[in-house]
Design a protein around this ligand. Sequence first.
Ligand SMILES: Cc1cc2nc3c(=O)[nH]c(=O)nc-3n(C[C@H](O)[C@H](O)[C@H](O)COP(=O)(O)OP(=O)(O)OC[C@H]3O[C@@H](n4cnc5c(N)ncnc54)[C@H](O)[C@@H]3O)c2cc1C
Length: 411
Amino acid sequence: MAISFEPSEATKQARAHFHSIAREQLRPISRRYDDQEHDLPTEWVDWYWRNGRGQAPQVDGPSDGFVQVCVQTEELCWGDAGLYLRTPFAGLGGSAVLAAGNSEQKQRFLSVFQGDGHPVWGAMAITEPQAGSDSANIQTTAERDGDDWVLNGTKIFCTGGEGASQIEGGFVVVWATIDRSAGRGGIKAFVVPAGTKGMTLVGLENKLGIRASDTATLRFENCRVPTGNLLGSAEVHKKGANKDAKAKGGGKGFKGAMATFDASRPIVAAMAVGVGRAALDCVLETLDREGATPRYDAPPTEQTALERDVIEMEAELQAARLLTWRAAAMMNQGRPNNLEASMAKAKAGLAVTHITQKAVELLGPGGYSKKLLVEKWMRDAKINDIFEGTQQINQLIVARRILDYPSGMLR
Ligand SMILES: Cc1cc2nc3c(=O)[nH]c(=O)nc-3n(C[C@H](O)[C@H](O)[C@H](O)COP(=O)(O)OP(=O)(O)OC[C@H]3O[C@@H](n4cnc5c(N)ncnc54)[C@H](O)[C@@H]3O)c2cc1C
């Protein structure tokens, strides 16, 4: 297999294009929406809806389409990761529809994101008070009643949950069990359109970082959706069901929804790289201004402590980016990338927390002051080590894949 570390011309153009969007549209309002946590950043939302849509490369497009998505994400998060998450797009909910939905569902739920209407959002609600890393422990139920599924339960920490649940055209993909006794096999994903009776926005989190992103608690009380809103099959396979039976039906239930993580983890890793690069760029610009440009070629015996720190930050960042691009390139080629997606996510989560903390440290009082955005990037960084599988969970997945252990044997 030929290995190329060089992005295509189209990807380089996308990088330059989204970098200027990040610099001109996001950076100027970054501090304001960090301070005014729950305000809708209307200037960004409207700008993106009018000008930004359609510029995004297609995931299933030619050459390095998915790598381009990561490059675009890195650039926008270099601008502001919280505002990036508040962008009107289908988000994780859209990824779930793409991964586990049929063509009618893709058309019904996703076409609105290409239309001429008002801005819309999609979201994914998995996490519950008793079910975070252990998503198989989901308590929210879905019961069949005639032509409907009836959902009951509470979801917490739902990114984009305000827009997706409240603004017409949006939707929340809700994970619920249709048979608790079946464990994972009973968990299915349901698309709940915004405004559906029985879905209530209970509140929004006050957060450490990515404060421009709306993180919602949603309650479902006798919330009815038509059977056509179930993603995948309603067939339940109990623990121990043989592989043939699983393959014949229902394979797109829990597993289908989990497959969305193979696509979304490289994107979260790219978010992390964007935030880390913002911090490193700020350090390098400051050092340049102060006449202390690091000498990358100085022999180790002559390197200053500062130079060693900067070189280490740069190496961490580039390692995270290359792992991210590898996971994305494999996705593009239609190759299984579960191991690589988790590796990229775990590495990038560690790298960004380290780089941003170092940046605050190296910049001294300026780094800690709100005059610069570095303290904000340090706060924005940590989430990359939590959502879409924590650092520990992604390391667990990497270990399982390398050792070829099933989840029951290594948990
Ligand atoms: C800002 C934000 C946005 C989010 N957005 C979404 C969203 O859009 N949709 C959604 O469904 N969820 C979302 N989440 C939830 C997020 O995915 C969970 O917080 C995450 O999966 C961890 O779950 P938990 O918080 O319940 O922690 P826990 O699972 O309780 O974990 C606590 C600690 O224990 C560790 N741990 C747990 N199990 C193991 C194990 N087996 N081995 C080793 N260590 C372990 C974890 O790594 C962690 O450090 C979001 C969270 C935040 C903070």
